[in-house]
Design a protein around this ligand. Structure first.
Ligand code: PEP
Ligand code: MN
Length: 356
């Protein structure tokens, strides 16, 4: 059920409707839009009695939502969700294209700083780096944990990059929510419902990766779990799915970008690194992702990929990332979008040109 408020409804009227919904034992989710505020109702098993709601001041209409996902749906919020980061002009969603880059794992302070400097120079506004790694083998590098989070917090302080890192479980979530700007939920955890709910209780944006074999509906329902707990800042991310094809690590499903955008107001990013697993395919698929309208990319970059402790095969070199930024900026311009170039705007152009 959805309560659509009139365009001129006052803050008090919106609050009164929320209070009424909560008094009925349900949860109210006010989602302000450009034209009007809509209030999603969750927690109801069956039909909500709409009688009193329709009569309340400021209410335009009460609509039944037939889709299983409510809060992620464009029915609730027509315009794109734009996530903002205090103290910077960095955003995710909307007209600007967000670029997140960095190593698969933070391996040392020196490694992380070297890569962060390079991606900042190329214009990225966000730095990625794994502190807790979901590895197939228990004997593989598992991440530096809190030490990595501290290194990345220092990178934010020094270089102004916003930090994106994965929380693999409840324990990691507490620390990641404390240190990072964006909490990543990995593909393997896309249907870890208790972790999704816990992330939904945090007040930091959540980057949700598509599960290894998740359908569009399952993906959107996972986002709904996070939003149902009151965290409306969810970023979706396509990272490839399992198919019979074996020429790439995963099959990057770029068609999910327009499919998501039709149904949901949430931003959708593409990860061409995990999506292909191969360095030589990252740039072409990154260009393709921007061309199909992705709201940004998350890319693995390493200055010594042969020595990387995880995902070296799919990590691109810093100069390739500069080239990616340059080419994606040009493709974005065709779609009347812009790739903002971080804090080093001047140097970026020179880096991108020399990388060709
Ligand atoms: C990662 O981003 O390094 C990662 C493990 O991603 P995914 O969950 O998509 O495999
Ligand atoms: Mn990785």
């Amino acid at each position: 059920m959805l309560v659509v408020m009139k365009a001129q409804a006052t803050r008090e009227e919106i609050q009164a409707v929320c209070d009424h919904i909560e008094a009925l034992g349900y949860r109210a989710h006010p989602l302000p839009g450009a034209q009007r505020t809509a209030i999603g109702i969750t927690g109801n098993q069956g039909e909500v009695d709409r009688g009193n709601l329709e009569e309340m001041a400021g209410v335009a209409e009460v609509i039944r939502v037939s889709k299983p996902y409510k809060l992620v749906s464009r029915d609730v919020k027509e315009e794109d969700t734009v996530i903002r980061f205090a103290g910077t002009d960095a955003t995710i969603g909307g007209a600007k294209v967000a670029m997140i880059a960095g190593p698969c794992s933070v391996e040392s302070r020196e490694q992380a700083f070297t890569i962060a400097e390079q991606v900042a120079l190329a214009g990225a506004q966000f730095f990625r780096g794994g502190a807790y790694k979901p590895r197939t083998s228990p004997y593989a590098f598992q991440g530096l944990g809190e030490e990595a989070l501290k290194i990345m917090a220092e990178i934010r302080e020094r270089m102004g990059l916003r930090i994106v890192t994965e929380a693999i479980d409840h324990e990691a979530l507490e620390l990641v929510a404390e240190y990072a700007d964006v909490i990543q939920i990995g593909a393997r955890n896309m249907q870890n419902f208790s972790l999704l709910k816990a992330a939904g209780r945090k007040r930091k944006p959540v980057l949700l990766k598509r599960g290894l074999a998740a359908t569009l509906d399952e993906f959107l329902m996972a986002a709904e779990y996070i939003m149902s707990e009151g965290n409306y800042e969810v970023i979706l991310c396509e990272r490839g799915v399992r198919t019979f094809a074996d020429h790439t690590r995963n099959t990057l499903d770029l068609s999910i970008v327009p499919a998501v955008q039709r149904l949901s107001h949430l931003p959708i990013l593409v990860d061409p690194s995990h999506g292909t697993g191969q360095r030589n395919k990252v740039l072409p698929m990154a260009r393709g992702a921007i061309a199909v309208g992705a709201d940004g990319l998350i890319v693995e970059v390493h200055h010594q990929p042969d020595k990387a402790l995880s995902d070296g095969m799919q990590s691109i070199l810093p100069e390739q990332f500069a080239q990616l930024m340059d080419e994606c900026s040009q493709i974005a311009a065709v779609l009347h979008r812009r790739v903002p170039r971080g804090i080093h705007a001047e140097e970026n152009a020179a880096v991108a040109v020399s990388a060709r």
